[in-house]
Design a protein around this ligand. Structure first.
Ligand code: GZL
Length: 324
């Protein structure tokens, strides 16, 4: 191959530096500039979300992808504003975790018109138009709800009399709340003695989970089980249960979803009885998808993350090396 004159090489390198210095010049990724990814995050509502954000930020850095990141404080209008700003900035790829399932078609059509591919991570949208995004990367929330129901069935299968259940739902209208509720109900509906006597959103936060559990304890004469759609609400509920003079994990059995460190510690301590894992460490897979989508490569329409569930022994074993 003919050697380039020295000046051309310098110009090339200089060009590359300028491109990178200017944030990738529209993040096209062509000519070696960094791919620019606009990510619209839900918020910072839970330990799971914090771990998810850390995974995305660290993975973007490791992948050499220039990340523009926004926190919507759990408000859909803020996520829509952020996506519109990424379109204005002509990023190469947009990714986001939709705080709720509905109301995305308009802004996703704007991204499509601007020729900017979109990747859904963590949560899904209910749009019938599957051309509005390239792929979904995340968990099967219905399966998570079923796992919680299957644990309950094993735990209380032979118990005499009714089993009164209270349910702390996630954010109203969100995919995890809708699907975890559905999966759980699908399993326990087979057993008439399982009765959900109260079900209300705790917005995936500790504070709201505690507040709603306090109300449940006042309004329900007999609570045998708490099903919490995430660990943070379960941890808040534990505070309410203890304040009411009851023993969490014994007087009221608790099954929760996520698998954050604090919940595994509570499980190890016997205050929670079972935790279904929901994996927040989506960063590495997301960055691989961003590079493929930026290069115009085909990607699978749905990529589910591997996850497990924990009993007390599994929690004790996992704790020493738990990343989040
Ligand atoms: C699930 C994720 C949920 C977590 C909560 O993938 O969307 O949101 O279960 C988080 O902890 O707030």
């Amino acid at each position: 191959m003919a050697r380039k004159p020295w000046t051309a090489i310098v110009a090339g390198v200089a060009g590359l530096l300028v491109l990178t210095a200017c944030g990738g010049g529209g993040g096209t990724g062509e000519g070696g500039g960094a791919i620019t990814l606009g990510f619209a995050q839900v918020g910072a509502e839970s330990g799971w979300r914090t771990a998810n954000t850390k995974s995305i930020q660290e993975s973007a850095k490791a992948a050499g992808i220039e990340l523009k990141f926004s926190d919507a404080q759990q408000k859909q209008e803020n996520q829509i504003t952020a996506i519109r700003s990424y379109i204005q900035q002509k990023v190469k790829v947009i990714a986001f975790s939709p705080v709720v399932e509905s109301g995305w078609d308009t802004v996703l059509k704007e991204a499509k018109t601007a020729n900017i591919p979109v990747i859904l991570t963590d949560r899904a949208v209910d749009s019938p138009d599957k051309t509005l995004y390239k792929t979904f990367l995340g968990s099967d929330f219905v399966a998570e709800g079923k796992k919680a129901g299957q644990w309950l069935t094993k735990e209380f299968g032979s118990a005499p009399g009714d089993v009164n259940i209270v349910e702390l739902q996630g954010t109203t209208g969100s995919a995890p709340a809708n699907d975890r509720k559905k999966g759980f109900a699908d399993v326990i509906s087979a057993e008439p003695k399982f009765k959900v006597v109260a079900s209300q959103t705790g917005e995936f936060t500790r504070a709201k989970g505690k507040e709603v559990m306090e109300a449940f304890l006042k309004s329900q004469p007999k609570i045998d089980v708490l099903y919490a759609h995430n660990d943070d609400m379960a941890l808040g509920a534990i505070e309410a249960i203890e304040a009411a003079g009851k023993v969490p994990g014994k007087d009221i059995k608790i099954v929760s979803v996520d698998g954050v460190r604090d919940a595994l510690q509570a499980l190890a301590d016997g205050k929670i009885n079972h935790v279904v894992e929901c994996n927040p460490l989506l960063g590495p897979q997301l960055m691989d998808l961003v590079k493929k989508v930026a290069a115009g490569e085909q990607v699978p329409p749905r990529i589910e993350t591997a996850e497990t569930e924990f009993d007390q022994a599994a929690a004790k074993a996992a704790l020493p090396q738990r990343q989040y």
